[in-house]
Write a protein that binds this ligand. Structure first.
Ligand code: FDA
Length: 291
């Protein structure tokens, strides 16, 4: 599958719908384009779990290079990077992942940007939250993604909001067992609303990462109920998905942050986007067939 996707120019085009490109230059061009359209950004250097210390270090360095490249253009200020701890050594050693994440936070801080930790499969949540707390001691603006589908997430939202953390609320993108996670769209959507209510009522900064119109409407109702104005929370969406909605929300005055993935290790990210929506698989298969 990976070979067939990589090999054909037409399927590369499909990948490019979701991924900004492979180089720092590609990322920079996408950042500039989105910022010109009034959108904020969070940039992800694509990569999945590694058990190779050299690869973990190279990923951390790639973030630092990106953040340095953003600085002279003033693109760093108000910007953000998203980091998967598994790509900077979490599977090998928490201390290694913390060191690399700390170096990325320092580079981000130097140009007025922040860092949000992505959340991966459920076995990594305790480690990710404990690394988050270490990072927030020095860089309090560091945030984390919380996946509404996990049973534990309401309690995590409560704790993080009491601590005043930035929290990106997502539905969750991994296949998780029924022993730890709600199954099916209706149950996950209800869990999202319960977490949303906790975050909107709490002390932290909620970042609502969804393309779901119903959840966006509920967010607006809760913002009203809990006295949060525009600017006290933000919306986030993925690069290439519902761009019309991104621009409409930004046009109405909201902060809308677009998650921009770039880099050559796009396979896992791309497959998760296909899995989310049958229509994307059809789009992909048509491209494979040359139509
Ligand atoms: P849902 O999947 O119900 O989609 C609602 C509507 O949005 C669909 O009907 C469709 O119109 C559109 N849509 C959604 N996905 C689409 C797609 N792939 N292609 C085309 N249209 C699509 N997950 C995780 O586990 N850990 C993380 O750290 C993150 N980080 C993250 C950051 C940001 C900024 C976003 C927006 C999302 C994530 N996610 C994530 C992914 C998240 O868990 C979830 O899988 C996707 O956002 C899809 O869920 P929705 O809330 O959009 O709803």
């Amino acid at each position: 599958m990976r070979r067939s996707v990589s090999g054909f120019p037409l399927t590369r085009k499909v990948v490019e719908r979701f991924v900004a490109g492979e180089s720092v230059e590609d990322a920079r061009a996408a950042i500039e384009r989105l910022r010109d359209a009034g959108l904020a950004v969070t940039v992800d250097h694509l990569g999945e779990e590694t058990r190779d210390a050299g690869a973990a270090k190279a990923t951390a360095q790639a973030y630092i290079t990106l953040l340095d490249a953003m600085r002279p253009l003033g693109l760093g200020r108000g910007g953000e990077v998203s980091v998967k701890l598994s790509a900077v050594g979490q599977a090998l050693d928490d201390a290694m992942a913390l060191d690399h994440a700390r170096a990325i936070c320092a580079a981000a801080d130097a140009n007025g940007s922040t860092v949000t930790l992505d959340m991966e499969d459920h076995t990594t949540v305790d480690s990710t939250l404990s690394i988050l707390r270490e990072l927030r001691a020095d860089y309090p603006a560091t945030g984390v993604a919380i996946q509404a589908y996990l049973f534990r997430s309401e309690a995590d939202c409560r704790d993080l909001s009491a601590e005043g953390s930035r929290v990106r609320l997502v539905k969750g993108a991994y296949r998780e067992p029924a022993s730890v996670a709600h199954q099916g769209k209706a149950a996950v959507d209800k869990a999202y609303v319960r977490c949303l209510r906790i975050l909107m009522a709490g002390k932290g900064y909620p970042m609502l990462a969804t393309h779901d119109d119903r959840l966006i409407s509920i967010t607006e109702l809760l913002a009203d109920r809990f006295g949060r104005s525009i600017g006290d929370y933000e919306y986030q969406m993925l690069y290439g998905i519902r761009t019309d909605r991104q621009e409409a929300l930004a046009g109405a005055g909201h902060t809308v942050r677009v998650y921009i993935p770039y880099g050559d290790d796009w396979y896992g990210y791309f497959m998760r986007r296909l899995a989310e929506r049958p229509a994307n698989v059809a789009f992909f298969l048509r491209a494979l067939g040359g139509k």
